[in-house]
Design a protein around this ligand. Structure first.
Ligand code: PEP
Ligand code: MG
Length: 908
């Protein structure tokens, strides 16, 4: 039996892994290997596979160490050999970083340990090697602090707790009367190391580990553990990342960006991650370690000269100040810049996509620490793919597959109303970190953002800087404003990932957390005051500004055109009003797949006539009330057919139980009695009479039409009359009449007969005809099971997967909110089945229903109109089943079109 390989080494332009091994090595590990293979300078190291994380979760740390010990020891030796260093050496110590790396990047969600291998000997070794005592002791204290926080669990648990290490640093600084870390002397740093060790002993009961191997095993296990921290779990849930993927662990030789003025560290993008423009850009800091750039504690400088000028303009920094204090890398290290520019070009060419790079310069030598496909906004996603297509770097299919359907949503979001914005006053300017328009009430803490949002308030989260703990608050806020941090700060990267408007590094904003205020331009904003952000320009406005719908042309329009070339399924919309129908048509909807007629009965006088119909004691009275509803319905249908002229419109007959149309409060019942000229008791009695224990499974759907055929007659008449009226005006209506909630073929037959008889009557009366079809919804499991019987009569099927999910799982649509969140949290369900189609269970009914339906009627038109019709993975399933169309809400039409094209490409 061959031994399972659990550790993959890389270094010196050799690697055991490759870029296509992301599942096993994680994104970072696979790319570190690949960079070696294409000759990019990368510090040597090794990757422990994601499978080991899964093993660790089931067998624990001791057994895991046994499994990988031999391979890890050999891999560390490989690092030592390449670098000419030794673990714990007092001459030239081998120091490593330990980082997580899942299949897809989860920025800031998991743990990292840097400078591992430091102890009393290694400090001497580092001084010996670099001659820089301060640097050596600073690395040591940083290591103890990080190891203490990450591995020994000393990180503060809540925002009230203080980091014990930070507390000591503050004390030492205060005693010395200095403000900045950089002002601490070698002796101060030695004191920090001493006191850090003491606090570790106090808190954990054990001495700080000095053996590099003990440190290494501790860190590896801590990184595995960080896969299951609350914030990582939340991030996975948000991005639908399966728990079982696990994280890989990357151990890599340390290189130092904090070895003086010829060293530095930075982050770069091969194209603009916010707008998608083809401009190399990024930020760096001289004499700093990796985390300093993203932490937002120092103002990073721009890599390119052009970027530096742009930044200075936005940050209102004059040229003298810029050139002296914030010069670009291009200006101060032209050779390193040139090498970096070549590397980024090579990496983008190699991967055929925008790359996000991390690099370190150690005493004038460039090292690449990471490359990955860069996170980007929805707008940048579309632009970059279309640009790469035009540049001939990718083909049309790849351009389609590069788009994440749900991200299109961002392009459909509102922008500021031009008139409203021209009257608004700019109070501050920051960096355009993530585009879009946001308006909301100021809150200063992430948990408060959550509380306010839960109450239905619109909020803008304002922070000095953000950290991974703020994730939930950022997610619910309309926009994010930070006073510190650059374009690659945590706030900026995370906001772009979420497609959320963000302005970062607005230095003019002075935040006081204790008083919950921010001072801008002499004005004080309190918690709850309104502000607005423009994430595309970095402008911050006073007050609430109206927003309008965006224009959909350019690259977005081109992507949509391209979807038509590949998609085989049509995309329709669920719309009940001419306005919704028009919006959807503008998004490219190819018809209406579901027009819910009950929504037409609620407004104004309509509800009165409806209630009159419900209260009617016999058929004659019911018909009288229905006659009042007929012209209203006819007019509604005319509006919708006109908006959709030339395209099919599926009109569903009345579905909800009549109880829903009646008032339930005593006060309202009295009002209704007065309006209809009857006694309140009569109303109350009828409401009680209609009351059902389980209305979702009660007197609804075709059961209404089969008990009160005159309702179906009225609706069929309204549809046919509307279509014929439009025909006279030269407008083509293509009605498809849909019977809801059937469980047996007989239920359908009875309804169909009423519809056809009514249509014939109207044709005779109006002396004209039109083509129309009668079909049904498949939303009861029995209908799916007997679909071959049903399709002998029904001309089309539309899967109502909301009800089909309800009845297949036995989860009430109205009550599932009580337990579904718990089920999702406990992992009993991977997704909410009302949002993402359950392909294994409900999907079987859909697939079987389609097959059986077409067995009796080969040209049966099949679609879906439940919520799933606009959800990408469900759309892919519908394509696989061979549906003719999916139908979804208007704003999801572009998402469904893209998903349909992707599904067709994947299937071909
Ligand atoms: C369905 O059940 O999937 C459906 C579209 O109908 P409704 O949501 O109106 O019950
Ligand atoms: Mg339904």
């Amino acid at each position: 039996m061959s031994k399972v390989k659990r550790v993959y080494t890389f270094g010196d332009k050799k690697a055991e892994g490759r870029t296509d091994m992301k599942n096993l090595l994680g994104g970072k590990g696979a790319n570190l290997a690949e960079m070696n293979l294409i000759g990019v300078p990368v510090p040597p190291g090794f990757t422990i596979t994601t499978d080991v994380c899964t093993e660790y979760n089931s067998v624990g740390s001791e057994k895991t160490i046994e499994l990988i010990k031999e391979e890890v020891e050999a891999a560390v030796k490989n690092i030592e050999d390449i670098m000419g260093t030794k673990f714990g050496s007092n001459e030239d110590p081998c120091l490593v970083s330990v980082r997580s790396g899942a299949r897809v990047s989860m920025p800031g969600m998991m743990d990292t340990v840097l400078n591992l291998g430091m102890n009393e000997d290694a400090v001497k070794g580092l001084i010996n090697k670099t001659g820089n005592e301060r640097f050596a002791w600073d690395s040591y204290r940083r290591f103890i602090q990080m190891y203490g926080d990450v591995v020994l669990g000393m990180k503060p648990a809540s925002k009230q707790d203080v980091d014990p290490f930070e507390e000591i640093i503050e004390e030492v600084k205060e005693n010395k009367g200095v403000e900045l870390d950089i002002e601490l002397t070698v002796d101060d740093l030695k004191e920090l190391v001493d006191r850090f060790k003491k606090v570790v002993k106090e808190r954990t009961g054990s001495a700080f580990p000095t053996d590099p191997w003990e440190q290494l095993w501790g860190s590896i296990m801590a990184v595995f553990d960080s896969w299951n921290t609350e914030r990582a779990i939340y991030y996975r849930a948000m991005h639908q990342i399966p728990e079982e993927w696990g994280t890989a662990v990357n151990v890599q030789a340390m290189v130092y960006g904090n070895m003086g003025d010829s060293s530095g560290t930075g982050v770069a993008f091969t194209r603009d991650a916010a707008t998608g423009e083809n401009i190399f850009n990024g930020e760096y800091l001289i004499n700093a370690q990796g985390e300093d750039v993203v932490a937002g504690t120092r103002t990073p400088q721009q890599i390119t000269k052009e970027g530096s000028f742009r930044w200075a303009k936005l940050a209102q920094v004059d040229e003298e100040d810029r050139a002296k204090n914030y010069p670009s890398l291009e200006e101060i290290m032209p050779d390193v810049y040139k090498e970096l520019f070549d590397v980024q070009k090579r990496l983008e060419e190699h991967y055929g996509d925008m790359q996000d790079l991390e690099f370190t310069i150690q005493e004038g030598k460039l090292w690449l620490l990471q490359t990955r496909n860069g996170k980007r906004t929805g707008a940048a996603m579309v632009k970059i793919a279309m640009d790469l297509l035009r540049e001939g770097k990718i083909d049309e299919k790849t351009a389609i597959l590069r788009q994440e359907p749900n991200r299109l949503d961002e392009l459909l979001h509102p922008v500021f109303d031009k008139k409203a914005i021209s009257n608004a006053s700019v109070v501050a300017k920051g960096l355009p970190a993530s585009p879009g328009a946001a308006t909301g009430q100021v809150v200063f803490f992430a948990d408060e953002a959550e509380e306010w949002a839960e109450k239905g308030k619109e909020v803008v989260l304002v922070r000095i800087e953000t950290s991974p703990e703020d994730l939930k608050g950022m997610n619910v806020a309309n926009g994010i404003l930070t006073a510190r941090g650059g374009m690659t700060s945590h706030a900026a990267v995370v906001a772009r990932g979420m497609g959320k408007c963000c302005v970062s590094g607005a230095g003019g904003v002075k935040i006081n957390y204790r008083e919950k205020t921010m001072k801008v331009d002499g004005k004080v904003f309190k918690e709850g005051d309104w502000i607005s952000l423009n994430g595309s320009t970095g402008e911050v406005y006073d007050g609430k500004i109206d927003t309008i719908e965006p224009e959909l042309s350019g690259n977005f329009g081109e992507v949509m055109d391209l979807t038509n070339k590949f998609a085989t399924m049509h995309v329709r919309t669920n719309a009940d009003t001419p306005n919704d129908a028009t919006v959807a048509r503008n998004f490219g909807a190819q018809g209406i797949g579901l027009c819910r007629t009950e929504h037409m009965f609620f407004e104004g006088d309509r509800i009165k006539a409806m209630r009159e119909m419900i209260l009617a004691s016999d058929e004659e009275k019911r018909r009288k009330a229905l006659n009042k509803l007929l012209p209203i319905q006819r007019q509604d249908f005319e509006g919708i057919f006109e908006a959709m002229h030339g395209l099919p419109v599926t009109v569903r007959l009345l579905d909800p139980p009549l109880h829903e149309f009646m008032p339930h409060e005593e006060e309202n019942q009295k009002d209704m009695a007065k309006e209809l000229g009857i006694s309140p008791e009569e109303v109350k009695a009828k409401v009680e009479d209609l009351d059902e224990f389980n209305p979702m499974l009660g007197h609804r759907g075709c059961r209404l039409g089969n008990t009160y055929p005159e309702i179906t007659e009225m609706q069929a008449r309204a549809i046919i009359e509307a279509a014929l009226n439009l025909k006279k005006k030269g407008v083509e209506a293509i009605p498809e009449i849909m019977i809801p909630l059937i469980g047996t073929a007989e239920e359908f037959k009875m309804q169909e007969e009423i519809v056809r008889k009514t249509a014939d009557k109207v044709f005779a009366e109006m002396n004209d005809t039109i083509e129309y079809h009668v079909g049904t919804m498949i939303e009861i499991p029995r209908a799916a099971l007997t679909a071959d019987e049903v399709s002998k009569h029904a001309e089309f099927f539309s899967f109502g997967t909301n009800d089909l999910t309800q009845m297949t799982f036995g989860y009430s649509r109205d009550d599932a909110g009580r337990f579904l969140p718990v089920y999702l949290k406990k992992g009993l369900l991977k997704h909410d089945p009302f949002q993402v189609l359950d392909q294994t269970g409900v999907g079987q009914l859909v697939e079987m229903g389609t097959k059986k339906g077409r067995a009796s009627r080969s040209d049966l038109k099949v679609g879906i109109c439940g919520e799933h019709g606009g959800e990408p993975s469900s759309v892919e399933f519908c394509n696989h089943v061979g549906m003719n169309y999916v139908s979804c809400s208007p704003f999801r039409v572009p998402i469904a079109r893209l998903s349909a094209a992707q599904a067709a490409i994947k299937q071909s």
